[in-house]
Design a protein around this ligand. Structure first.
Ligand SMILES: *Cc1c(COP(=O)(O)O)cnc(C)c1O
Length: 381
């Protein structure tokens, strides 16, 4: 089955009791048993729910995996993966990481004795220098937020396999429409389904997909034992979102390309970070592992003035200033004062998060209106 068919039919069947084409929202916590232990496959909705199960099968299918798991948030799906580890185990993680993931690693799991090494992973060969006999897992996110660096998943998978480690890829920015980490050799793919999979800024959810049966059983155990599951209504919303993922992503990519080129040609812009440019430092890797380049990009205003960035963000009308990304509507953000505010200025400037950096999640509106909105805001500085 091709991807564009999988998003609609992958892992899905009509509801066996009524023939309903979409799985009903099974808003129930529990299921009748005819005799203790005698039931129709479901006992309790933390352990399993038919709406959530339909979504989990869809997620497995679109990622080219065998097993799918859905969680209450992206972070709770990351939490479940980290619970595979024991005190003393080491994780090598990219340093260009979603802020919430960094916080979860560096405050919660550090406290329980997991050791994290944060390194720049665009140079994949440096990973091996940090592997010890305690290393268990490599954590990557690509493209990264907000600098849009691209990490070579195939190369990470080789290093991971040679050293008997697990490779996890946070595929939130790319989505399986653009990039399928399991097919490139990753062991687990992770999503904040809040973003492109849901796609309509109306739900918070996380998801995992993988192929290995033993690993899947351990994760299902953690999902049930720790209990950070999503509800049936949210499962329905994300399942519905996935059915148009290919259409939305195609337009996100077209609009992203148009906005990236407009900004690059604008005299007040110093730099645009978007992996589709041929002179992007990781463009070749992006071409090799991604189908297209997506709708996420960042740009820096000449002069690097904080006030210029704020003025642009306050003026934009079609782009809404808000946290999050991946919805049908275009969003703007100021990493230095929003997502990366807790990082000291010198530290964030080193990774490129300067005062005038603006991040855009380019939506699926008409590209003319998006460009006009940006042109008008830039005219005022
Ligand atoms: C949003 C996000 C997360 C966290 O997901 P939540 O659904 O907000 O818990 C993790 N990784 C990336 C790349 C994200 O953008």
């Amino acid at each position: 089955m091709e991807f564009n068919t999988k998003v609609i039919h992958g892992g899905q069947q009509h509801d066996p009791s009524t023939g309903a084409v979409m799985p009903p929202i099974y808003q129930t916590s529990t299921y009748a048993q005819s005799s203790p232990g005698q039931h129709k496959g479901f006992e309790y909705s933390r352990t399993g729910n038919p709406t959530r199960q339909a979504l989990e099968k869809s997620i497995a299918s679109i990622e080219g995996g065998t097993y799918g798991l859905a969680f209450a948030s992206g972070l709770s799906s990351i939490d479940a993966i980290l619970k595979l580890l024991s005190p003393g185990d080491e994780v090598i993680s990219t340093n260009d990481l979603y802020g919430g993931t960094f916080r979860l690693f560096n405050t919660i799991f550090k406290k329980f004795g997991i050791v994290f090494k944060f390194i720049g992973m665009e140079e994949t060969d440096r990973i091996a220098d940090h592997i010890t006999d305690k290393t268990k897992l490599i954590w990557t996110e690509t493209p990264t937020n907000p600098m849009m660096n691209v990490i070579d998943i195939r190369r990470c998978a080789e290093i991971s396999r040679e050293n008997d480690l697990l490779l996890v890829v946070d595929n939130t920015f790319a989505t399986p429409y653009l990039q399928r980490p399991l097919e490139l050799g990753a062991d687990i793919v992770m999503h904040s389904a809040t973003k492109y999979l849901g796609g309509h800024s109306d739900v918070v959810m996380g998801a995992l997909a993988l192929n290995d049966k033993d690993l899947a059983e351990k994760l299902y155990f953690i999902q049930n034992a720790s209990g950070a599951v999503c509800g049936p209504m949210d499962s329905f919303l994300v399942l519905r979102g996935i059915k148009t993922l290919h259409l939305r992503m195609q337009r996100h990519c077209e609009n992203g390309r148009a906005v990236a080129h407009f900004l690059r040609s604008h005299p007040k812009i110093e730099n645009v970070y978007w992996p589709g440019f041929e002179d992007h430092p990781n463009h070749e890797i992006a071409r090799n592992q991604m189908k297209d380049f997506g709708g996420m990009l960042s740009f820096k205003i000449k002069g690097n003035k904080y006030q210029d960035a704020i003025k642009v963000l306050e003026t934009l009308k079609v782009f809404t200033l808000a946290e999050s990304l991946g919805g049908v509507e275009s969003l703007s953000g100021h990493p230095a004062s929003m997502t990366h505010a807790s990082i000291p200025k010198e530290e964030r400037e080193k990774t490129g998060v300067s005062d005038s950096l603006i991040r855009l999640s380019v939506g699926v509106e008409d590209e003319k209106d998006l460009i006009e909105d940006l042109r008008r805001a830039l005219d005022l500085i």
